[in-house]
Design a protein around this ligand. Sequence first.
Ligand SMILES: [Zn+2]
Length: 54
Amino acid sequence: MTPKKLRCDTCGKETDQLRRDVVDQGYNALNKTPLWNCETCYEKKRAQRQEPPR
Ligand SMILES: [Zn+2]
């Protein structure tokens, strides 16, 4: 079996492990295509989300 290569939807990097981005959980989540992020992008987005706007 060949290992399945996964690709980050944000930076395009190939990685063994991806995390599904569930940013908009709660609103319009059902209409959105889930984004798959590598560990780096996932953490980056999570950090941004935790910052207060402005
Ligand atoms: Zn990435």
